[in-house]
Design a protein around this ligand. Structure first.
Ligand SMILES: NC(=O)c1ccc[n+]([C@@H]2O[C@H](COP(=O)([O-])OP(=O)(O)OC[C@H]3O[C@@H](n4cnc5c(N)ncnc54)[C@H](OP(=O)(O)O)[C@@H]3O)[C@@H](O)[C@H]2O)c1
Length: 339
């Protein structure tokens, strides 16, 4: 599997990251034994990057990851996230200094390790000063408990403000951001992707199969297969509209032409998008991980790339449409740009 730098850092991450969110989850995921077999298959294919969070299963996922990575910790990059899990007590939540410094030790205990390669804030906490959060995270790095910092589900302006504050204060900066990004959801291309490219922040897309839709398992006029996430969770199913089903049609045609599965084509497409460092996979079986790992071998030709791009493009509204039109007025005809 391809290795890439995580943003502007020197850290080598595999182009596919193993999302552990379903590990130990009886409803939509798999037990510890299957989680371990999934990790075996992932590492055999050259994967080195495992994504976790204290929020997933209220600590259960970290506990499973801690168990199944024993004896191979040194070959893996382990992540976790803080900020969403509400523990007992008024301060066991959010991104305060108190909570971050408590939560990191709890995550390390469950993950059975004395450091995390990447520690991410799971989302924003508008009620805590950003400066307080950034200083607490910097202390996690300075104490050796964390190697790199990342964020998740941040607006572009807040990520930019964080980078500026970290730079001015001599603090460790966010080197990555996790955001939902797939053929059916491309809104982050407006602000986040250009920001990531400009500032050297590695993009870690999640939701890349849109809860399974982009595997092609749900077609127009048919209910999703029983027992799947789309079947069990109406919040995912209700978002499947005519546009999304049209994208699935084009994706299935592209997969046929490329001789791969729809999941592989969807993953290969997102893996090559600008700023993407590593694509987060979510699976609940060895069959699914083996299918998805096959994406590393898929190369989408320009014609199918164009068709997928056209089918999934999102309308540019103000001011992006206007900026695009006005760019032509600004650039001299013989200017060579890096875009
Ligand atoms: N930062 C954040 O806020 C955030 C949020 C969500 C997720 N994440 C990360 O992303 C990871 C992935 O979760 P996700 O929700 O983003 O996953 P996703 O890609 O949107 O969907 C994964 C689902 O697709 C189905 N699937 C996967 N591979 C398949 C295959 N080859 N063939 C058929 N079906 C397949 C499985 O569901 P069924 O088998 O049930 O159909 C699986 O649960 C999480 O574990 C976590 O690490 C991060």
């Amino acid at each position: 599997m391809e290795l890439r730098k995580l943003g502007a850092t020197g850290l080598n991450v595999s182009s596919l990251c193993l999302g552990a969110g379903m590990f130990g989850n009886r409803e939509i995921g798999c037990d510890e034994q299957t989680s371990s077999a999934i990790l075996d298959a992932y590492m055999d294919a050259g994967g080195n990057f495992v994504d976790s969070a204290d929020f997933y299963g209220d600590g259960t996922v970290e506990t499973v990851v801690g168990a199944i990575t024993q004896g191979r910790r040194d070959r893996l990059l382990l992540t976790s996230k803080v900020g969403l899990w509400h523990g007992p007590g008024a301060n066991a939540r959010g991104l305060s200094r108190k909570h971050i410094l408590d939560a990191i030790d709890e995550s390390l205990r469950r993950l059975r390790t004395d450091y995390l390669d990447l520690y991410q804030v799971h989302s924003v906490d508008p009620w805590t000063p950003l400066d307080e959060t950034l200083r607490a995270l910097d202390d996690c790095v300075r104490s050796g408990r964390v190697r790199y910092l990342g964020c998740s589900n941040f607006e572009a302006w807040r990520l930019m403000k964080s980078l500026g504050m970290a730079g001015q204060g001599g603090l460790s900066r966010f080197v990555s951001i996790q955001l939902q990004y797939s053929l059916v959801s491309r809104t982050i291309e407006r602000e986040h992707v250009p920001l990531c490219l400009e500032e050297g922040v590695g993009l870690l897309p999640y939701g890349v199969l849109a809860a399974g839709l982009l595997s092609g398992k749900m077609r127009r006029g048919h209910a999703p297969p029983a027992g799947t996430r789309l079947d069990k969770d109406a919040s995912y199913r209700d978002r499947v509209d005519e546009r999304a089903l049209g994208i699935v049609d084009v994706l299935l045609e592209a997969a046929r032409a490329l001789g791969c599965t729809a999941s592989q084509a969807a993953l290969a497409w997102i893996a090559k998008r600008p700023a993407v460092a590593s694509v987060i996979l979510g699976v609940r079986s060895v069959e699914q991980i083996e299918d998805n790992l096959g994406a590393a071998r898929v190369v989408i030709d320009p014609e199918n790339d164009r068709r997928l791009d056209e089918a999934s493009a999102q309308a540019a509204d103000h001011p992006y449409d206007m900026i695009k039109r006005l760019e032509a007025f600004v650039a001299p005809q013989n200017l060579v740009t890096r875009r």
